[in-house]
Design a protein around this ligand. Structure first.
Ligand SMILES: Nc1ncnc2c1ncn2[C@@H]1O[C@H](COP(=O)(O)OP(=O)(O)OP(=O)(O)O)[C@@H](O)[C@H]1O
Length: 308
C-alpha cells in the first residue's frame, strides 16, 4: 500500500436483491485521513454500501477495497484495521457495558482498559449496568465505544448521532474529531445532514443507488446558491426588489421574503456594492446579514432532480 492508496474504494459496484437494484455502478474513493459523509434519503443504498464494506454482503458486480485490499478475500486483515458502528447495533441485554467492552477487546486481541473507553463516550457511570436498561442514546454510545477499541485506522459509522440528545451528539462529534486527529479515516453515513455538515470535510450524496454529487460541504453549497446570500431589512419594508439592487453587476437574483430583501450574489465584493447602491439611492437599511444555504437545502436540490 502506498500513501495514495484510498482508505475506501468502491469500483463500479452494483448490488441487487432479486429485482431490486440497491446500488448501481457505484464508484467512490475516500482518502486516508478524510472525514467522509455518505448522505442519502431512506432507501438510497447507504446501509447496503456499509454492508459491503463490512463484508456482510457480496457485491453482484464490482469490487470493494479497504486500504487497497479486496474486502471479500481479505476479511480478517480488513477487520483488524476497521471499527464499525452498524445501523442496527443491538447490545446483549444481559451483559453490562463493561462486559461489552471486555468482549470487544478480546475479539480484537487488545488489552485496552474498558473503563477508559467507556469514560470517553460518557458511559463510565453506567459501566456496571446491564445494557437492557440503557436508553437508545446510551446504546449508540456503547456501540461507538466498541468501534473505538484497538484504535482502528478506519471508522465506519452508520448514523452515529441518531437518537442522541444534544450533549451526547456533541460528545460523539468531539470523539470523531479526536479519532481523526490521531489519523483515523472516518466514513459517516447519515440522513441527518446538519450533523454531517459539522463532522465531515467531504460529502457524497447518493440517490437510488447512484452517486449524484460529491464535493466538499462548501463546494456543494456554492454549486447550489453561488455562495452566501445577503439578507437586507429596509426601514420602509420592501414591496418589491429596489431597482438599485438589480442594477448592481454580479447580482444573480433577488427576491422579497416577508419584510426582507434576499440577494444572491456571485462574490463578497458584490454584497458590498449592493449596500453602497442602496445608500446612494437614498434607501435606508436597518440591518443586513449573510446567510448560507444549509446542506439540507443542497441535499433537497440534488435529491429532487427536477430542482437541479
Ligand atoms: N436484504 C434486502 N433484500 C431486499 N431488498 C433490500 C435488502 N436490503 C436493502 N434492500 C433494498 O435496497 C434499497 C437500498 O436499501 P438501503 O437499506 O441500503 O438504503 P439506506 O440508504 O440505508 O436507507 P435507510 O436510510 O432507510 O436505512 C432499498 O430499496 C431496500 O428496500
Amino acid at each position: 500500500m502506498t500513501n495514495d492508496t484510498p482508505a475506501i474504494e468502491f469500483e463500479s459496484v452494483t448490488q441487487t436483491f432479486g429485482h431490486i437494484t440497491a446500488l448501481s455502478d457505484l464508484s467512490l474513493e475516500v482518502h486516508p485521513g478524510e472525514r467522509y459523509g455518505f448522505l442519502g434519503p431512506n432507501g438510497a443504498g447507504k446501509t447496503t454500501a456499509i454492508g459491503l464494506l463490512l463484508n456482510f454482503l457480496r457485491p453482484t458486480d464490482g469490487t470493494v477495497r479497504v486500504f487497497g485490499r479486496n474486502v471479500q478475500s481479505n476479511e480478517l486483515a480488513v477487520k483488524s484495521r476497521t471499527g464499525a458502528l452498524p445501523q442496527g447495533f443491538t447490545p446483549y441485554s444481559n451483559l453490562t457495558g463493561y462486559e461489552h467492552l471486555e468482549f470487544a477487546c478480546s475479539v480484537r486481541g487488545v488489552d485496552t482498559d474498558p473503563e477508559d473507553v467507556l469514560e470517553r463516550v460518557g458511559l463510565l457511570d453506567a459501566a456496571e449496568q446491564k445494557a437492557n436498561g440503557y436508553s437508545q442514546g446510551m446504546v449508540r454510545r456503547l456501540g461507538f465505544a466498541m468501534a473505538l477499541v484497538g484504535e482502528p485506522d478506519l471508522l465506519i459509522l452508520d448514523e452515529p448521532i441518531a437518537g442522541l440528545d444534544p450533549s451526547g451528539a456533541a460528545r460523539i462529534r468531539e470523539l470523531i474529531r479526536e479519532q481523526n486527529e490521531r489519523g483515523a479515516t472516518v466514513f459517516v453515513s447519515s440522513h441527518q445532514l446538519a450533523q454531517v455538515e459539522t463532522i465531515c470535510d467531504r460529502v457524497g450524496i447518493i440517490s437510488e443507488g447512484t452517486m449524484v454529487a460529491e464535493a466538499s460541504v462548501s463546494e456543494l453549497q456554492a454549486r447550489i446558491d453561488g455562495g452566501p446570500r445577503l439578507v437586507i431589512t429596509l426601514a420602509d419594508g420592501p414591496v418589491s426588489v429596489p431597482d438599485a439592487v438589480m442594477a448592481v453587476e454580479g447580482v444573480e437574483d433577488a427576491w422579497v421574503d416577508e419584510s426582507r430583501v434576499i440577494v444572491s450574489c456571485e462574490s463578497a465584493s458584490v454584497r458590498t456594492d449592493v449596500l453602497v447602491a442602496l445608500e446612494e439611492a437614498g434607501i435606508d437599511v436597518i440591518d443586513f446579514e449573510t446567510e448560507r444555504a444549509s446542506l439540507e437545502d443542497v441535499f433537497a436540490a440534488y435529491a429532487d432532480t427536477e430542482n437541479v
